[in-house]
Write a protein that binds this ligand. Structure first.
Ligand SMILES: *Cc1c(COP(=O)(O)O)cnc(C)c1O
Length: 361
């Protein structure tokens, strides 16, 4: 068996220690004689595991008590609609910051439920920088302000939490949650699909300030209502039991490594190493993002001659470097450097890039 260096944008690499533990426990989980996927979510073993996962996440992010933590299904994409359904009343408007592919998706999916005010956009510049905070046209009456803390496809990341005053701040953190410590109290709601930095796809984390659960929202089925999920410990219906379990193992792995302060150092060092390989290549490789907005998690780059793209992909794969093809919206290459991607993997990639430039100079 051989594991490759996996730079997939999502579903992304999981920590080997988490996969090994899941393998070891697969047939007989927790002394139950069955796998975690084969038993009731109402059973005491599952309930204890689920509660531990939530407690560990609360420890990692220092989530204040006045926030509910939900483990729900439907992907981050479903949240694009579910957020306005829950947080707005008929006739309300909400402010959106358009910083790339995913915020643009969030905007179009919210439109059936709320009057969307695009308070700032970086689209004109091709999403190569963040819209400067001074230019945001925020409405103090908005139901909330939505932004995407890391744009997985364009490779831009907010390195500070924007100050939006008293209006609740809502963040799509699908691709950078748990990559560094976070002041949760600055947010009204945080959501993240699991398959970038938490676990397998099919699970979404929602961290929501409890007072927002009181908002009546738009007419909707119970299954969409956060307050119902919160009142039922995310077991309003059958949850994604496997995803919840693997997320719990990832939280334990992060705690054992020393928590998010340690992860932040790793992630900064990894990103610096790769950007250095790009910037130090005398133009052979290029990252188009304004330096202050560069993502630590997703690093898109192009080759000086795109006729070499196919060769680069072929040779990198042969060298055990997986999933470097860029998203079609951007082209070129992309390396995703989530928590489970080691410094060793990044050094292998940078070494390959140097070697490739020499051989195909
Ligand atoms: C991947 C991703 C999404 C979409 O997630 P799904 O689970 O496929 O719905 C949304 N936002 C961001 C920032 C992402 O990286």
């Amino acid at each position: 068996m051989s594991r490759v260096w996996n730079f997939s944008a999502g579903p992304a690499a999981l920590p080997p220690a988490v996969l090994e533990r899941a393998r070891d426990e697969l047939l007989d989980w927790n002394g139950s004689g069955a796998s975690v996927m084969e038993q009731s979510h109402r059973g005491k073993r599952f309930i204890a595991m689920a509660a531990q996962a939530e407690a560990d996440l609360r420890t990692l992010l220092a989530v204040p008590d006045d926030y509910a933590v939900l483990f729900v299904q439907g992907g981050a994409t479903q949240q694009f609609a579910q957020i306005p359904m829950n947080l707005v009343a008929e006739g309300d408007s909400a402010d959106y910051i358009d910083s790339g592919h995913w915020s643009a998706k969030a905007i179009s999916e919210a439109a059936p439920y709320v009057k969307v005010n695009v308070a700032a956009s970086a689209r004109d510049g091709g999403y190569r920088r963040l819209p400067p905070r001074e230019g945001w046209q925020l409405d103090p009456q908005a139901a909330y302000v939505h932004y995407t803390s890391n744009e997985t496809i364009h490779g831009v990341e907010f390195h500070d939490i924007p100050d939006v005053g008293a209006v609740p701040l809502v963040a799509d953190m699908s691709s950078n949650i748990l990559s560094e410590p976070l002041d949760v109290s600055r947010f009204g709601l945080i959501y993240a699909g699991a398959q970038k930095n938490i676990g397998p796809s099919g699970l979404v984390l929602v961290i929501v300030r409890r007072d927002l659960l009181q908002r009546p929202g738009r007419p909707m089925a119970r299954i969409f209502r956060y307050a119902e999920h919160a009142a039922n410990n995310s077991m309003l219906n059958t949850p994604n039991t496997w995803g919840w379990y693997l997320a719990g193992l990832t939280f334990q792995w992060l705690l054992a490594l020393g928590g998010l302060g340690v992860m932040a150092q790793h992630n900064r060092a990894k990103a610096e190493w790769l950007y250095q390989a790009i910037d130090g290549s005398a133009g052979y490789y290029h990252n188009p993002i304004e330096p202050g907005a560069r993502s630590r998690m997703n690093v898109p780059f192009t080759l000086h001659d795109n006729a070499l793209d196919a060769v680069f992909l072929q040779e990198s794969e042969a060298a055990g470097l997986l999933a470097l093809k860029g998203h079609k919206a951007v082209g070129g290459m992309r390396a995703s450097l989530y928590n489970a991607v080691s410094m060793e993997a990044v050094q292998a990639l940078a070494g390959f890039m140097r070697d490739f430039a020499q051989r195909h100079g």
